[in-house]
Design a protein around this ligand. Structure first.
Ligand code: GLA
Length: 732
């Protein structure tokens, strides 16, 4: 049983709820039968201290009946409302139209336990993406209610015991007599009774995604947020908090993430008492929801994990959870090695060239040429065509179906690029439906990459796109879609919503995006989807529900990639991180550079992004050998346990390893971007190696004992840059 409910005697805590995972305990108390307070989250614990006493502070208001024993402002709270005694960041703020007040007091009503999990109903289209239940999943539902507004709040805690994950969301229902507005909506609140934690976050920009920063949270409020209508390159909803002394394999760490692809808010506050409040959700700037009497709103799901075995274990908890409960089933026996046309030809593609490209891919053993941007409508450049989803007639004289069938006779699969959510002003779609683009009344639409964003919250838009793709790809034997998204949403205004509902436009938009994903998958069930947003601008758990892999960045320079890939592994499994070898100024003809690009790309599913038709026979032979080598490691890269060793942000070198679940196979990689005149010696400690076992490196034939590997393999840095060493260690 992962959820137990007890009613302690002789304690102000009248009900105690304990959620248990394999290595963690989470405890909630109901104080005086009314107030949901947080008791504990951390390593396994048998019993709680139930002698509840508030941390007294002057200027903190209290209930006369409870005096200083309970101050809403200093309590560890489960889900604090706004404006009623707690001055810290709130998890929920509701405006009551009857009175104009935004104070709420959500009082405990009842608890329910569910086997498995509950769906997250979206206000339009289907349910919101969330993790699938595992066999041992259970859900706690806590019902609270605010007497004045009549609003009912349901908090859900879905426990994944074997993954050490607790997923959380909320539903607010207006059961009062007049409309209310949900002005701030968070999915998760965690009050941690210490104020010295460090925050690990993943900020960035286009071509510099998920750069790691680690710093004390510090006193006051900190917001990691995206207001871009996408989870974004600039911020990522994943955050970790850790003990200042925590390392990859030691110390306490917490991980948080949000199963959502639009604007989000991760809010942290260290208060006067030295506690840290963590909030994850939709926030209050890019979201509000109008609730008529009887209406409900359900938030997306946030997830959290904890480990006292270091930051790396928090990452591995997320990896396992996403692989097991989020990612779609593998579409093929092997992940296809992709050859993408973008960096090879940009917009200068046609049917004949792409057939040759397919033949070139097949020659070197690549599995799937992908025809990137430039094949549809008047899309010969980025100024036109988005929204017009029909093949450009002069590029494919006998149609898309005949073309793809011919390309596949070369013995390959075939993939195609789409960017459904966008429209160029120079398109038939925009000329006939300008009102389908997001744009604020009276304001000139702002362009970004010469494109506007379609209002995906409008069912007519989603229907149009569904029909367009259905017609365009009817009978075309496609194996893969690259679903791109190349601008952010601003202003966010929907022509089909009344003024009081404009705060809903961003959320409704994302619901429409998810619906189109589901429809595309239903229409083409045999095709896998890789998502992309100008590279890794929508690298989030909800996207992973629909896409097998995500293009990690438009930056294909291997040196830059070590940083982006390192950062991406904190919250997300390497199985989703699409890594391509590219040709930078002829780099594939330089054996050292081609080798380095390949070794860097072995951090995730492999692909290539270059003009194979211009490659020398030597480069092609090397790539063929690389693909064979990748196949020997693929199972570890996609499903192995991942350990970070050297942090490129700290020492300029990146090292990591994968371990099979039984630790009998290990894949260790050392990557050195720049030359090191000091020839520093690094010790790469493989903690998962088994004592008493001898491992043979299949690359060099050298053998190592498990003890040696635990103490660490020594690697001396090279005086030259772009230096990579790998060990594929198999137990004898
Ligand atoms: C984005 C993607 C690229 C490519 C181009 C095409 O930038 O990240 O990989 O598909 O769009 O326009």
């Amino acid at each position: 049983m992962s959820i137990t409910i007890t009613h302690p005697k002789d304690s102000p805590i009248t009900t105690q709820i304990i959620l248990r995972t394999r290595h963690t305990t989470y405890a909630i108390g109901i104080l005086y039968g009314k107030f949901p307070v947080h008791l504990y989250y951390g390593g396994k614990k048998r019993s709680m201290d139930l002698t509840y006493r508030s941390n007294f502070r002057s200027f903190s208001p209290f209930y006369p009946e409870h005096g200083g024993d309970y101050l809403p402002d200093t309590a560890l709270c489960e889900f604090p409302g706004f404006g009623y005694g707690d001055f810290r960041a709130a998890a929920i703020r509701v405006r009551d139209f009857a009175t104009g007040s935004n104070a709420t007091e959500f009082i405990f009503k009842k608890l329910k336990k569910h086997k498995g999990r509950l769906p997250l109903p979206a206000p339009i289209f289907g349910d919101l993406p969330c993790a699938e239940a595992s066999e041992d999943t259970e859900t706690l539902e806590m019902v609270l209610s605010d007497a004045v507004t009549g609003c009912e709040l349901r908090l859900y805690y879905t426990v994944y015991p074997s993954h050490d994950i607790i997923a959380r969301h909320m539903t607010l229902t207006n059961k009062g007599g007049s409309p209310v507005r949900l002005e701030k909506c968070m999915s998760l609140c965690l009050d941690i009774p210490r104020g010295d934690l460090e925050l690990i976050s993943f900020m960035g920009e286009h071509v510099r995604e998920r750069h790691v920063s680690r710093a004390p949270v510090g006193m006051g409020v900190k917001r990691i947020t995206s207001r871009r209508g996408a989870s974004s390159h600039q911020a990522n909803p994943c955050i970790l908090l850790c003990d200042p002394k925590a390392t990859e394999e030691r110390g306490e760490a917490y991980g948080f993430n949000f199963v959502y692809s639009g604007s989000f808010l991760d809010e942290l506050e260290v208060d006067q008492t030295g506690m840290t409040r963590v909030l994850v959700g939709l926030g209050d700037e890019c979201f509000s929801w109008h609730l008529e009497v009887g209406e409900s709103f359900t938030s997306p799901e946030a997830v959290m994990t904890y480990s006292d075995k270091g930051i790396g274990e928090v990452s591995r908890n997320f990896h396992r959870f996403i692989r097991d409960t989020i990612l779609p089933p593998e579409p093929f026996e092997h992940r296809p090695v992709v050859l993408n046309s973008w960096e090879a030809f940009y917009f200068n593609i046609d049917g004949k060239l792409m057939e040759d490209f397919a033949a070139g891919a097949s020659d070197v053993g690549m599995d799937m040429p992908v025809m990137d941007d430039g094949w549809f409508g008047e899309r010969r450049h980025d100024r036109a065509g988005l929204g017009d989803w029909y093949p450009h007639p002069s590029l494919f004289p006998d149609g898309l179906k005949a073309f793809v069938e011919r390309a596949k006779t070369k013995g390959v699969k075939f993939g195609i690029w789409i960017e459904p959510e966008m429209v160029n002003p120079d398109s038939d779609l925009y000329r006939s439906h300008p009102e389908w683009a997001l744009a604020a009344p009276g304001r000139i639409p702002l362009e970004s990459r010469q494109q506007l964003v379609l209002d995906m919250g409008n069912p007519a838009v989603v229907d149009y796109l569904t029909e367009s793709f259905k017609t365009c790809f009817d009978g075309v034997p496609l194996d893969y879609f690259k679903w791109d998204m190349n601008r952010h949403l601003s202003p966010v205004y929907s022509n089909i919503l009344p003024p009081e509902r404009q705060g809903e436009a961003g959320f409704r938009h994302i619901c429409g995006v998810y619906e189109l994903f589901r429809r595309l998958r239903a229409l083409f069930p045999n095709a896998m989807i890789e998502t992309c947003s100008g590279g890794g601008g929508r690298y989030d758990i909800a996207m992973m529900k629909y896409s097998t892999q995500i293009w990690a960045s438009d930056n294909t320079d291997p040196v830059s990639r070590t940083y982006i890939q390192y950062g991406s592994t904190f919250g997300y499994p390497t199985a989703v991180m699409s890594c391509h070898v590219a040709n930078h100024g002829g780099s594939i003809e330089d054996p050292r550079k081609l080798n380095y690009g390949f070794r860097v790309a072995l951090n995730g599913p492999l692909g290539y992004e270059l003009n194979i038709l211009g490659a020398s026979e030597t480069a092609k032979a090397t790539m063929s050998a690389q693909i064979k080598e990748y196949r020997a490691y693929e199972h570890l890269i996609l499903r192995g346990d991942f350990y970070r060793l050297l942090d490129p942000f700290v020492c300029g070198h990146y090292a990591y390893y994968f371990a099979s679940s039984d630790s009998r196979e290990l894949l260790l990689t050392y990557l050195q971007n720049a030359g090191d005149p000091k020839e520093t010696v690094y010790r790469l400690r493989v903690s998962r190696a088994l004592k008493g076992v001898t491992y043979r490196d299949t690359i060099t034939g050298n053998t190592y004992t498990g003890e040696e590997l635990k103490r660490g393999i020594e690697v001396k840095s090279s005086t030259e840059g772009l230096y990579a060493v790998m060990w594929h260690l198999v137990a004898e």
